[in-house]
Design a protein around this ligand. Structure first.
Ligand code: NDP
Length: 312
């Protein structure tokens, strides 16, 4: 557990501790690489992750490239499939069925969003649950909600690892999750409940979001609106996890330049919070690190290997 607040001089503005997602993600990846080496040496198993990209969305293209690179760097096998934007649902389902049956593939990730002619839920639910490393299928969603188990979605898992590192025991903390998407907000709620937090969830119909925020010891923002959570909404000393990734255009000497910002007004929040994730460099790097971690978990389960036996 880390000290929640950095030291301050009497005349310096209060500054939250920065939650360094890049450093934590690097440690998660190093541990994954170590486990992959043990799996190969002791069990002759090399975890394999298949990533499927349909269409040519530039942001998805970048994510898929990064996932492939980090998968290989961890010593795992990376299988990448690029299908045209015109791919039909039937064709994608057939591809998923092939990957489900392939013993070298332990984890499958179909990059979202998918083109409009394809029903995303039908694809997600066609993934073999034990290979669904994104944890979005109905089986894994149900396992998390009902039993606190199953494959845990990567971004909420990354947020939880950061919280455990920087806050420690979460039991009894008041946590507010702003956003109720299936990908981030809902699994985050389940994970915080599992850690014995008192959890509140806010969304676009919440009546007084500022007041809800002011009660929270832990504030998770997953909205998709740049700087939406204001500094004076944050409880002094709270831990703020900003999941949002928003590209904004700012005036610059060359005319304008693009910058990534979160859902929290960082410059104001950093003066009030006890600890806060920056954007970029906070939750983002944890997502891919947790994907690799889930792939190792999946490879162990499919080969009946106790993941605990891989520890150093
Ligand atoms: P969604 O658009 O699926 O969900 C947004 C949520 O925010 C909804 O529940 C919505 O409420 C809520 N919301 C919207 N407006 C308000 C408002 N005014 N007040 C309160 N709540 C509001 O987004 P995602 O969950 O997929 O993503 C959220 C953000 O996280 C995005 O910026 C995304 O880019 C980022 N992200 C980052 C990842 C990472 O690796 N760091 C991974 C995944 C996402 P309602 O349900 O009522 O509509």
């Amino acid at each position: 557990m880390r000290e929640p607040r950095s030291s301050m001089t009497p005349d310096s503005p209060q500054q939250a501790r920065l939650i360094d997602g890049r450093a934590t993600a690097a440690r998660v990846r190093a541990e994954v690489a170590r486990q992959v080496a043990v799996l190969a040496a002791r069990h002759g198993v090399t975890p394999g992750l298949a990533v499927v990209l349909v269409g040519d969305d530039p942001a998805s293209e970048v994510y898929v490239r990064n996932k492939g690179k980090q998968t290989r760097e961890a010593g795992m096998r990376s299988f990448e499939t690029r299908l045209p934007a015109s791919t039909s649902q039937h064709e994608l389902l057939a591809h998923v069925a092939r990957l489900n049956a392939d013993k070298a593939v332990h984890g499958i990730l179909v990059q979202l969003p998918l083109p409009r002619q394809i029903d995303e839920l039908a694809i997600i639910d066609a993934l073999a649950p034990e290979k669904d490393v994104d944890g979005f299928s109905i089986i894994n969603t149900g396992l998390l909600a009902a039993r606190g188990s199953g494959m845990i979605p990567c971004t909420p898992l990354g947020c939880l690892l950061l919280l455990k590192e920087y806050v420690g025991d979460l039991g009894g903390q008041r946590a507010l999750v702003v956003g109720r998407s299936n990908l981030v907000g809902k699994p985050m709620i389940q994970l915080l409940l599992r850690e014995h937090c008192t959890v509140t969830v806010a969304h676009s119909r919440t009546r007084d979001l500022a007041e809800e925020c002011r009660r929270a010891d832990i504030l998770i923002a997953a909205i998709g609106k740049p700087g939406f959570i204001k500094g004076d909404w944050i409880r002094p000393g709270a831990t703020v996890i900003d999941v949002g990734i928003n590209r904004i255009s700012e005036p610059s000497s060359e005319g304008s330049r693009d910058r990534l910002v979160g859902d929290v007004d960082f410059d104001a929040a950093v003066r009030v919070a006890g600890a806060i994730t920056p954007v970029p460099g906070g939750v983002g790097p944890m997502t891919i690190a947790c994907l690799l971690k889930n792939t190792v978990t999946a490879a162990c389960a499919q080969n009946r290997i106790d993941p605990g036996s891989l520890s150093g």
